[in-house]
Design a binder for this molecule. Structure first.
Ligand code: BJW
Ligand code: ZN
Length: 254
């Protein structure tokens, strides 16, 4: 079992408000590819051909088909020990929020109650013309892009593509949580995509203790108070054990 630095444990022991800012790396151990790095999606496919609105209008069937493929992988995956440790930790703090860039819904499936999704959710779709939502799983089948029953418009996944605005409510709630938290964990993110990457910077500016958990150092590392290098699915269960030790077996809200 990994041991943790004393200053980190002391801060965590006193912490009331905690935020987990997560990226694709936290779901890697569930079998979902990351975007960057040697095995990353963008190493094999071009984001400019798949992850923006113009690409969708130019070739909707291709983009839809790619998302169907991703949905299939996500549907067949499950939360890993990192998602589960975060969900279990929520009962030991006054508040614990998850701010995720991931679209895979694995935090909610793990049981996390407060989840802000900055880049959307692959389980949802909507009509690009009249915005009608289409969220039933049966709907999202077949390789060809479906059309809206009401207006005939193209239906797209509810995912934030490059050049698009982030969901206002989720982003502003994430900013508030970042400003208020005592400890912010940045887990499995390269922290290069903005404005999401502002969230850990904001927490740091407002005085939070910033912990980074990643396989390698990132642009965030020089700003972090503590960098833990390794797999999220191995490190986070260890942190949960420490939390249980000093917060007692009986959870705060339980
Ligand atoms: C592990 C691990 C394990 C692995 N354990 N760790 C120039 C400068 C600055 C900004 C811009 C610019 N040009 C354009 C922009 C803006 C742009 C942007 O930031 N681009 C940068 C990339 C340069 N941002 C936007 O366009 C955003 N919108 C916006 O700005 O709106 C305002 C605006 C409006 C109008 C015009 C212009 C601006 C929207 C961004 C949307 C991002 N969407 C994506 C794709 C969604 C499609 C899909 O899912 O299909 O979201 S991009 C992709 O990156 C995805 C992710 O959420 C996001 C972040 O990636 P993440 O999660 O960090 O993953 P990776 O792969 O990068 O990193 C994984 C990490 O895990 C690695 O570090 C590993 O080491 C680690 N790891 N296994 C622990 N087991
Ligand atoms: Zn419509």
């Amino acid at each position: 079992m990994k041991t943790f630095r004393r200053d980190f444990l002391e801060v965590l022991k006193e912490a009331e408000n905690v935020v987990f800012f997560t990226g694709a790396g936290i779901s890697a151990e569930s079998g979902i590819s990351t975007f960057r790095g040697t095995d990353g999606i963008w190493n094999k496919l071009k984001p400019e051909e798949l992850a923006n609105f113009d690409a969708f209008l130019k070739n909707p069937d291709r983009v839809w088909d790619w998302y169907q493929y991703r949905r299939h992988i996500i549907d067949n995956s499950k939360p890993n020990p990192a998602h589960l440790a975060i969900a279990e930790m929520q009962d030991y703090f006054k508040s614990l929020s998850v701010v995720t860039q991931n679209v895979d819904n694995l935090h909610r499936r793990a049981g996390s109650r407060t989840v802000y999704e900055l880049h959307g959710n692959i389980e949802r779709n909507y009509c690009i013309e009249c915005k009608t939502p289409y969220n039933s799983p049966e709907f999202a089948s077949g390789g060809k892009v479906p059309r809206c029953e009401k207006c005939g418009g193209l239906i797209r996944p509810d995912i934030v593509w490059f050049g698009e605005m982030l969901p206002e409510e989720d982003f502003s709630m994430s900013e508030k949580a970042a400003e208020k938290c005592d400890v912010m964990f940045a887990v499995g993110t390269s922290a290069v995509v903005y404005p999401a990457a502002r969230i850990p910077l904001l927490a740091r500016r407002f005085g939070a203790y910033l912990v980074e958990i990643n396989l390698e150092e990132t642009e965030l590392s020089p700003l972090a108070n503590y960098v833990l290098l390794g797999k999220a699915g191995e490190i986070l269960p260890g942190i949960l054990e420490e939390v249980k030790k000093f917060k007692g077996e009986k959870p705060e809200n339980g």
